[in-house]
Design a protein around this ligand. Structure first.
Ligand code: C5P
Length: 242
């Protein structure tokens, strides 16, 4: 197969030019980083698992009417996606306190939050992805109020759906991060879910044991990272090739 032109290399994925205009190929690496690159490593087979898990979740979300960039999986490590203009925000949805919110407000990890919380972080490695308010987003024109409303309502719908899905397979959805992009068709623009949804960007805890089945196993040196991702794939009914 002809080599594809590489457009961007991130911490866990590479984007290549797609076969048709307006498409990209998203390649899932085995590389893992934490703390904005402070810690890095390789989790053999992670890319294959995340490609399958993200495909599965994006397709289910499309079925309930959430527009996504996902078109189809090409092979074990690649998927075809729509080219979108990524909005420079990380949208984090939290059901249970863990990670940065637990630290910031001194809440014990595992405490159920009084209501679901949606947070926005400005995507900027040099600034360490700072937490931002809706006013910052609008003032600095990272998104307009309408886009912000779309992202918030989609994030809440994704949360409702994924909470139910994971609860059915004995997993608590503690929190997760989404990214959105602008997709243009002629003059029409719509906001679509982009990036990936996988144990790299969700916190997933076993219902019975509270065992972590996500990237915190890597971040906190808990071991058995690949096994945890495999367990999520197995419970979702996905049989990965690797
Ligand atoms: O670190 P923090 O508690 O803010 O993370 C909240 C959620 O967002 C976690 O599920 C984490 O995996 C995800 N996240 C991410 N990429 C980042 C920051 C957070 O996927 N850069």
């Amino acid at each position: 197969m002809a080599r594809r032109r590489q457009l961007y290399e991130g911490k866990a994925k590479i984007l290549f030019e797609g076969p048709e205009p307006g498409t990209l190929v998203q390649y899932f690496k085995d590389d893992a980083t934490a703390g904005n690159g402070a810690k890095s490593g390789v989790i053999t087979g992670k890319g294959v698992l995340n490609n399958r898990i993200s495909e599965h979740l994006m397709l289910l979300l499309q079925d309930i009417g959430i527009p996504t960039h996902f078109i189809r999986r090409i092979n074990m490590r690649e998927q075809l996606v729509k080219e979108v203009e990524i909005i420079p925000l990380e949208v984090v949805v939290r059901n249970i306190a863990a990670g940065s919110i637990a630290k910031r407000f001194g809440i014990e990890e595992g405490t159920r939050l009084p209501r679901t919380i949606v947070e926005f972080y400005y995507k900027n490695d040099a600034l360490n992805d700072p937490l931002v308010s809706e006013d910052h987003i609008i003032a600095f024109e990272w998104a307009c109020p309408h886009d912000l409303e779309d992202m918030t309502s989609m994030a809440m719908r994704v949360n409702d759906f994924l909470c139910g899905l994971f609860s059915g397979i004995g997993i608590q959805l503690v929190d997760f991060k989404l990214e959105f992009g602008r997709s243009w068709e002629g003059d029409d623009m719509r906001i679509v879910l982009a990036d990936e949804i996988s144990p790299d960007n969700c916190r997933l805890w076993d219902n019975q044991t509270n065992e972590k089945l996500d990237k915190d196993r890597f971040r906190r040196d808990l071991g058995n990272v690949r096994e945890a991702y495999q367990e999520v794939a197995r419970r979702l009914g996905i049989l990965p090739e690797a």
